[in-house]
Ligand binder design. Structure first.
Ligand SMILES: Nc1nc2c(c(=O)[nH]1)N[C@H]1C(S)=C(S)[C@@H](COP(=O)(O)O)O[C@H]1N2
Ligand SMILES: [Mo]
Length: 384
């Protein structure tokens, strides 16, 4: 078998004209994905140095939807981009005084490609709720590698700026920047390939975005979650899976509210006797899906007033669920103080379904779904 060299690739489509244009789209999707990813990381910090805002209530729904769906759109863009530059990666190293420079350039490309593939693969697996890894935390790894990817991307764009500018400045079919052997007409024109690539990215986006945008639901064949589920809100972990079926349905259930030495235990009747509120707030999962619900229940502040909790203090919420990463969360003071933060007892005018967190769940504005703790057992005021 002959090892291919740069010269063995003869299609005119593998050109800087394509690489630069697809690169711009990929760069835009990557940048949106990076920034919204930082927002998501911030939203999930238990003790953020700068408080994550509680408004707008739908903010995280939008940023996380954008994060996942632009990430999905990156997949076809990255594949076409890699295909268009593949011959260049096989180019022999130049004269010795340039070897170091070229090694640095190729090294940065290897880091960029490796980290981009890692981000897209782990992100997709997470959005599909497939967790093949046990040995590392998804969030930590995805966050760390994001910085590697964005750093390598900025370096890559800086190094390629002259080529990018000439390629974008010339007509897409211009041969001025082509490799000498890239002369064979492809099955498509370059415009045609760009059209197909944009179409594939749009299709990838539309096929998943319906899990957040109701009117797209019917075209979203790959949307992980749709609008079905009790009260029009999908179920993430069921009560069965969380192992709480029996404890959650126990008539002896009491919600424990603790502040220092003060403890109150509230049954469902006592919670129902407190002033009832109604708020329309979304569940916005880190996996990208989201759905709005009208929740009824009591204000968290009203319940904390029963144990004389001062304003601005954080609470730790613990679920009846005995294990699992989402069983305990910390709710920062600005979320505790927000009037819209509820201990929900109802969804869409019906008692909360067992799978949505019956008897009591947290629902707060602009909070990642993963932190909207279900099947609450205990709320403790903390001062650290
Ligand atoms: N105790 C507990 N609470 C939980 C979870 C869980 O697994 N256990 N899943 C979280 C996640 S990831 C999401 S997206 C929301 C989903 O709420 P829903 O199933 O009512 O839609 O609940 C959150 N609360
Ligand atoms: Mo989630």
């Amino acid at each position: 078998m002959r090892v291919p060299t740069e010269a063995s690739f003869t299609s005119r489509l593998r050109s800087p004209a394509i690489a630069a244009r697809v690169g711009v789209w990929l760069g835009i999707c990557f940048a949106v994905c990076f920034v919204t990813g930082l927002v998501s990381h911030w939203a999930q910090l238990p003790r953020p140095a700068v408080p994550f805002p509680t408004s707008p209530a739908w903010g995280y729904r939008v940023t996380q939807g954008l994060h996942v769906f632009t990430g999905v759109a990156c997949v076809p863009l990255l594949l076409v981009k890699l295909w268009s530059v593949q011959p260049r990666l096989l180019r022999p190293l130049g004269p010795s005084r340039r070897v170091l420079l070229e090694l640095a350039e190729r090294g940065s490309i290897a880091v960029l490609v490796g980290s981009a593939v890692f981000q897209l693969a782990t992100g997709l697996a997470n959005a599909a709720r497939w967790y093949p890894w046990q040995s590392f935390s998804f969030r930590t790894a995805h966050y760390a590698i994001a910085w590697v990817a964005i750093g390598a991307l900025v370096l890559h764009v800086a190094v390629k700026l002259p080529v990018i500018r000439s390629a974008l400045g010339a007509d897409v079919e211009s041969a001025a920047l082509d490799r000498p052997t890239a002369t064979r007409a492809g099955a498509l024109s370059r415009r045609g390939l760009l059209g197909v690539t944009a179409g594939a990215a749009a299709l990838a986006l539309l096929s998943t975005a319906g899990s957040a945008v109701p009117w797209l639901r019917r075209v979203s064949v790959f949307g992980v979650r749709s609008g079905d589920g009790p009260g029009g809100v999908p179920v993430n972990t069921s009560a069965e899976r969380a192992g709480v079926r029996t404890v959650a349905a126990d008539p002896a259930y009491r919600l424990e509210v603790v502040h220092g030495d003060a403890t109150v235990r509230l049954g469902l009747d006592e919670l129902a006797a407190l002033p009832q509120r109604r708020e329309t707030l979304p569940i916005a999962c880190v996996e990208g899906w989201s759905a709005s619900g009208t929740w009824g229940g009591v204000r968290l502040r009203d319940v904390l007033a029963l144990v004389d909790a001062p304003a601005g203090t954080a609470v730790v919420l613990t679920s009846l669920q005995e294990s699992g990463p989402f069983r305990r969360t910390r709710l920062p003071g600005n979320f505790v103080d927000d009037d819209r933060t509820l201990l929900a007892l109802e969804l869409a005018g019906e008692p909360l379904d067992l799978d949505h967190g019956y008897p009591v769940r947290l629902i707060a504005p602009n909070r990642p779904g993963v932190l909207q703790t279900k099947w609450l057992a205990r709320i403790e005021v903390v001062d650290d």
